[in-house]
Write a protein that binds this ligand. Structure first.
Ligand SMILES: Cc1cc2nc3c(=O)[nH]c(=O)nc-3n(C[C@H](O)[C@H](O)[C@H](O)COP(=O)(O)OP(=O)(O)OC[C@H]3O[C@@H](n4cnc5c(N)ncnc54)[C@H](O)[C@@H]3O)c2cc1C
Length: 193
């Protein structure tokens, strides 16, 4: 088996290295000290197409895979971002993007994915509850159909990036798990405000 990287993969590494060079350790120290979201870095990631690497071309992505995504994350992390940049990718193109691309309704894909790839919309993922961590079958949040859509009731804790997502004009997407019947009856909801 040949584990050498292809030309496209090396180009992704090079692009990520270039973006990362503009956001070195001093940038991240300043962000940490100010408790600020690294909006400039994420804007650069989206402008260079790195956010959409593993998302379908039909929604603005590059149609590549997790390996290519990881190559980009590795380079950005090595430049100074550390694990933080991995979380940004996990929340946005992975939890938000891949979940929508593989399991979302077509209307939701068309509405959210291009905005995510362009950096106009940032996502968070809300799974954990006060009484349900690793054991997701204990989740109590429940979604009920109403005449105008869905009503979602429940409590979520430890949801990374919620405060930042609230302050963005583009809004946010969250995924409360719903269903009284446990794992078999679970759904994901994209909640946008
Ligand atoms: C920094 C940070 C950011 C987070 N961001 C998010 C987020 O964005 N979105 C989100 O949804 N959640 C988030 N979480 C929550 C995280 O996903 C939960 O902490 C995780 O799911 C574990 O749940 P818990 O802490 O309730 O642990 P528990 O489920 O209570 O488990 C505690 C320990 O017991 C073990 N255990 C549990 N059940 C069993 C069993 N039956 N047998 C043997 N061992 C068992 C577990 O392996 C674990 O070691 C975040 C957490 C942290 C710390």
């Amino acid at each position: 088996m040949n584990f050498d990287l292809g030309e496209e993969q090396r180009m992704i590494q090079e692009t990520a290295r270039r973006v990362g060079a503009d956001f070195g350790v001093d940038y991240w120290r300043a962000k940490d000290a100010a408790h600020e979201f690294p909006g400039e870095l994420w804007r650069a990631v989206c402008d260079t197409g790195l956010c959409g690497i593993a998302l379908p071309e039909a929604y603005g992505g590059s149609g590549l895979g997790m390996l290519e995504l990881v190559l980009a994350i590795e380079e950005l992390a090595a430049a100074g971002a550390g694990s933080t940049v991995g979380q940004l990718f996990i929340l946005n193109p992975v939890f938000g993007g891949v979940a929508l691309a593989e399991h979302g309704q077509e209307a939701a894909r068309r509405e959210y994915l291009p905005k995510m790839v362009a950096g106009e919309m940032r996502f968070c993922m809300a799974l954990t509850e006060p009484d349900a961590g690793v054991n997701t079958t204990h989740i109590k949040t429940f979604a009920e159909r109403t005449s105008s859509g869905w009503k979602i009731n429940g409590r979520k804790i430890w949801i990374t990036a919620v405060p930042d997502s609230h302050t963005q004009d583009a809004g946010r997407g969250a995924y409360p798990q719903a269903g009284r019947g446990g794992a078999q009856d679970a759904r994901h909801f994209a909640v946008h405000d």
